[in-house]
Ligand binder design. Structure first.
Ligand SMILES: [Zn+2]
Length: 238
């Protein structure tokens, strides 16, 4: 099979006893161009060129679907994300934490570049991570909102950190903003983009031209962050 290259993708050429040309895309994203045995190269390239938008659309879709969800295990050395960086988990014995923590505090902490969790809490590790992300999410939002509220001209009355599944954030009525606890795993500028997006929704609910104009007034390069989310969003999970 011959491998060719065109318009930013590679394809494999398969000649056989067929009468017409056809293109298929394999599960792994390989582009296969099937052509009659005697087909000439310039005709083949012309055919591919006509189909290139279709090919690019299919490849983009495959890229998203094939993305594996992270398989994070709660074991020593496993990396967990916070504001775009990965920190390793380290189980410690309880003694080190007892003196400084109240019984109700989240036993997980980010300390000298490691997530530290008492060995005895291993079975509840997932819940502790979620609680920790929720707490940090709230803290970050409280810190970041004052950067934007006057510029956008809104007042955020309350913030809630919830499990919103595949959505990053949403806004309710009366100035309430809901954030997914996973959002705080994103780099801070991406996090800010999610925030600006929701704050602008408090003024304009639809994704209209007005909406995007308002977003770009506060964050000129928002498209970069929106794209980052589309491409990397699936990684932001436990
Ligand atoms: Zn929106």
């Amino acid at each position: 099979m011959i491998v060719g290259k065109m318009d930013g993708f590679e394809y494999r050429l398969k000649r056989s006893n067929r009468k017409s040309m056809g293109i298929s895309i394999e599960r792994d994203g390989t582009v296969i161009v099937k052509v009659p045995r005697q087909a000439e190269l310039n005709n083949i390239e012309k055919f591919i060129s006509e189909k290139k938008i279709w090919i690019h659309q299919k490849l983009a879709k495959k890229k998203v679907l094939n993305r594996e969800r992270p398989k994070r295990e709660f074991v020593n050395g496993q990396g967990f994300l916070y504001l775009g960086k990965s920190y390793r988990l380290k189980f410690i014995d309880n003694a080190g934490l007892k003196s400084e923590k109240s019984p109700k505090a989240v036993p997980l902490r980010l300390w000298h570049g490691y997530f530290e969790l008492p060995e005895t809490e291993k079975a509840n590790a997932r819940n502790h991570f979620i609680s920790w992300y929720k707490k940090q999410g709230k803290r970050q939002l409280k810190e970041r909102i004052p950067r934007y509220d006057k510029r956008i001209g809104v007042r955020v009355k309350d913030i809630r950190i919830l499990d919103l599944g595949h959505r990053w954030a949403s806004c309710g009525r009366n100035g309430v903003i809901n954030f997914n606890w996973r959002s705080v795993m994103a780099p801070i500028w991406v996090f800010d983009y999610m925030l600006v997006h929701e704050m602008v929704h408090l003024i304009e609910r639809a994704h209209s031209d007005t909406f995007w104009r308002l977003v770009s007034r506060v964050m000129t390069d928002y498209e970069k962050y929106s794209l980052w989310l589309n491409e990397n969003g699936a990684e932001l999970d436990l």
